[in-house]
Design a protein around this ligand. Structure first.
Ligand code: SAH
Ligand code: SF4
Length: 364
């Protein structure tokens, strides 16, 4: 049987150099190839015409450029959000979202096919776990979004000059990533961190680590490992309940990593890194949006370097709850402010195309 093709997006720059020099070709060609991959977004080997023919034919035989096929593309009515259903080489599918609001471009990237954590209100949790994504499949999602942005510019260069305000006509390169798509990134630690390292490589895509936000359900060993490795991306932790019992009812993973242990790990992170944590709180009407819960969150996080991101519940087929009213969210914020905690309410975007937080899912 032929050996599987090497996904070039899963290789660090050093590993790519090793591949090329292992074929007895100069490392200069590896450097050129890296630029094609990350600076120029070239999507076929044939178009890499500055590479020697021998290298291109070897690549054709033994390597691939990411495997991702666009199975479906959906645009939100307001023009701010695009969702891509992407097929992997084994025909499993994932979703990646491009967001263009608040003056910047952000890709929301998946780390797994499905998710094993089973949060009751999350469409990905409702579909269950299929498999981890490889580093190459994670990187390829960012490259895909970057290519979309680049193409828009190539197709209509005049627009970039003339209109900087409309979301339809904004053509930056990809600069921000949130690991908030399908899956639990700290459950797939090695692949996720390798992907982040590849995307941050200064000779390639060159993303700033601080422009990448990793959101976790609260995988305690992963938070400790990130701290020990001094990982520079931003950290978001999904809280949703301020007591062990209330949290475990929404987030089953809390039974494995209880609230006390999670808060210890969070304090370890904020102290050792001298960085804040974004705590996410999905606001569900009548469930966790009352003044009592807001006071409990305040008491839990008081004195920490923390910001609370409130996310009004987005609809999913497997959960009957409703999003909180604007007034309840406002009241929640006021109470948090009394504890010295800054907070934001996440804008509801992309809901019409099922691209909001927790809405990503594919039929397996
Ligand atoms: N697995 C990671 C990241 C993916 S989800 C995590 O759980 O943190 C990103 C955020 O959206 C999480 O805070 C998650 O709890 C939240 N979320 C999930 N389902 C949601 C829904 N239906 N409405 C609003 N937020 C949701
Ligand atoms: Fe998984 Fe996050 Fe969804 Fe929970 S909220 S099921 S951890 S993707």
């Amino acid at each position: 049987m032929a050996s599987p093709l090497t996904n070039l997006y899963g290789l660090t720059r050093i590993e790519l150099e090793g591949l090329v020099t292992g074929w007895e070709l100069s490392r200069v060609h590896a450097a050129r190839l890296w630029k094609y991959l990350y600076l120029e977004g070239t999507d076929t080997f044939a178009a890499m015409d500055e590479l020697p023919v021998r290298l291109r034919s070897r690549l054709e035989e033994e390597a691939t450029l990411g495997h991702l096929m666009i199975a479906r593309e959906t645009h939100s009515g307001d023009g701010f959000t695009r969702k891509y259903l992407l097929a992997l080489s084994d025909a499993h599918r994932i979703e990646t979202v491009l967001m263009r609001y608040t003056g910047r471009t952000t890709a929301c990237i998946s780390s797994q096919v499905g998710c094993a954590m089973g949060c009751v209100f999350c469409a990905t949790g409702q579909m269950g776990y299929t498999r981890h994504l490889t580093a190459g499949e994670i990187v390829a999602q960012a490259v895909h979004v970057d290519r979309v942005l680049r193409r828009t510019l190539e197709e209509s260069p005049a627009l970039a000059e003339t209109d900087h305000t409309s979301p339809h006509h904004r053509h930056e390169r990809l600069r921000n990533i949130v690991l908030m798509g399908m899956g639990e990134p700290l459950h797939n630690y090695d692949a996720v961190m390798k992907a982040v390292d590849i995307l941050c490589d200064g000779a390639g895509m060159g993303l700033g680590a601080k422009k990448i936000t990793l959101s976790t359900v609260g995988v305690v060993p992963g938070i400790i490992r990130m701290t020990d490795e001094k990982r520079q991306m931003c950290l978001a932790v999904s809280l949703h309940g301020a007591t062990q019992a209330e949290r475990a009812a929404l987030v089953p993973a809390a039974r494995k990593w209880p609230l006390d242990a999670l808060m210890d790990a969070c304090r370890y992170y904020t102290t050792k890194m001298d960085r804040r944590i974004f705590f996410e709180w999905t606001l569900i009407e009548g469930k966790n949006d009352g003044p009592d819960q807001a006071h409990a969150v305040g008491a839990l996080l008081q004195g920490m370097q923390a910001q609370v991101n409130l996310i009004p519940l987005n609809p999913t087929s497997g959960y009957a709850g409703l999003p909180s009213h604007t007034l309840a969210a406002k009241r929640f914020q006021e109470i948090l402010a009394g504890y010295g905690l800054p907070s934001t309410v996440r804008q509801r975007r992309g809901i019409d195309i099922g691209a909001g937080c927790g809405q990503l899912a594919v039929a397996e």
